[in-house]
Ligand binder design. Structure first.
Ligand SMILES: Cc1cc2nc3c(=O)[nH]c(=O)nc-3n(C[C@H](O)[C@H](O)[C@H](O)COP(=O)(O)O)c2cc1C
Length: 388
């Protein structure tokens, strides 16, 4: 692969917001809270998106959702991802975001493949109902525009290979005044299996011409990001699993897009310093040391991927419940280990097998219009739990 020249890379514009590095941290439930976003943002410029926030839970101001929408003063711009299935509730949530100045950018989730969500017609199931998709996007853009807040759409290719929605949804989003569209090159039925279809991303780029198109799926390094831009023509990349346990990937991405060769290759000491800080930020975020320590446990295997940290040590780290205990365990590691190379790179996080059948509301695929019982179901279907 030959790296593109710096002149080929343009800043990414999302409405009035600009990032010289065309990179977005993908929203990840349970991961991209303010603690993690902060670690990533310190590494490089970009858009760093919150976990998915459920519109209804926001409108109802559930305490957990109010925590999830917190941004530190240093976090600018503030990118908040919203999920919803009912146009009125989504519009109300955006109205609240604008009136209370809760975010600078709203991203709409049409990509979630989780059965709990698709069974209610939400996430990646929703664009199949073309009119419902349009109404949600229109309502969100109308409310957001009152505060000059750009709205973006994040979606998958469709429900499965026989029910693709992304090209039509991309055109609709463009017509309705969305500031950018992002495509994860998988269907809901693929879940996280196989490879993301970058050709589909290129097709969306050819179809949606007046706003930025962002590509998402299987970017594990700065080289992958440059490769995607070159192969698909996208205006920017959205990076999810590739940065798990590796917030410094954003430094690599910034360097890569600027045409610079340097990459962060940390030894174990540096890795543990970032891990420790992550844990501390999580404790602050939850205002609870035990909760913060419990949350860091899921990151441990990602941080140590490729480093010689034995199974017993990993198991003990996986039970850590205080920062002091974490410090003691870290002190027992061979911290002089250098970067292990390829073993620390490549895929990480969710993978797994395709879903045999995507969970959908009854009769969902029979028509692309929202009618009868499905319309009533949608009104009742707003989940009140965020980050799921
Ligand atoms: C743990 C986890 C949580 C996720 N949560 C969300 C979410 O809340 N909203 C969303 O739009 N996508 C979510 N995703 C999907 C990612 O944003 C991204 O589209 C997907 O991981 C593909 O990108 P990647 O190959 O760079 O990981 C999640 C993915 C993972 C692994």
């Amino acid at each position: 692969m030959s790296a593109p020249t710096t002149t080929a890379v343009r800043p990414l514009r999302i409405g009035p917001l600009v990032s010289a590095t065309p990179v977005v941290l993908a929203p990840m439930a349970g991961i991209t809270n303010t603690a993690y976003r902060q670690l990533c943002r310190e590494q490089g410029e970009g858009f760093y998106v919150s976990e998915m926030i459920t519109s209804r839970a926001l409108v109802e101001r559930t305490p957990e959702t109010m925590r999830l929408i917190s941004f530190t003063p240093a976090e600018r711009p503030r990118s908040l991802q919203l999920y919803g299935v009912d146009p009125l509730t989504v519009a109300k949530a955006v109205e609240m975001i604008v009136a209370e100045d809760l975010a600078d950018h709203v991203d709409l989730n049409f990509g979630c493949p989780v059965p709990k969500v698709t069974r209610k017609g939400g996430g990646s199931a929703l664009p199949w109902k073309a009119d419902l998709f349009r109404q949600i996007v229109r309502g969100a853009v109308t409310e957001a525009s009152r505060g000059g807040v750009p709205v973006t759409v994040k979606m998958r290719k469709g429900i499965d290979d026989d029910h693709l929605t992304y090209l039509q949804a991309g055109r609709t989003a463009e017509q309705e005044g969305v500031a950018a569209v992002a495509l994860h090159g998988r269907t809901a039925s693929q879940h996280y299996s196989g490879h993301a279809d970058w050709d589909a991303i290129a097709r969306l780029r050819e179809t949606v011409t007046s706003i930025p198109v962002l590509g998402n799926g299987d970017i594990w390094s700065a080289e992958d990001a440059l490769d995607m831009v070159q192969r698909t023509g996208v205006d920017g990349v959205v990076v999810g699993r590739g940065c798990l346990g590796r917030p410094w990937l954003f430094a690599d991405l910034e360097a890569g897009f600027a045409g610079r060769p340097e990459r962060v290759r940390p030894g174990l000491r540096q890795v543990t310093q970032v891990l420790r800080r992550h844990a501390e930020l999580l404790c602050e975020f939850y205002e609870d040391e035990l909760r913060g320590c419990r949350d860091i446990r899921k990151h441990i295997s990602w941080y140590f991927k490729g480093y010689a940290v034995g199974g017993d040590m990993r198991a003990r780290l996986g039970l850590v419940d205080t920062l002091e205990a974490l410090d003691e365990l870290i002190a027992d590691l061979d911290l002089d280990q250098p970067y292990p190379g390829a073993a620390a790179e490549g895929s990480r996080g969710r993978a797994g097998s395709p879903q045999a059948r995507v969970a959908l509301p009854e009769g969902w695929l029979e028509s692309r219009e929202l009618t009868g019982a499905a319309a009533e179901m949608i009104r009742q279907a707003e989940l009140s739990v965020s980050g799921g």
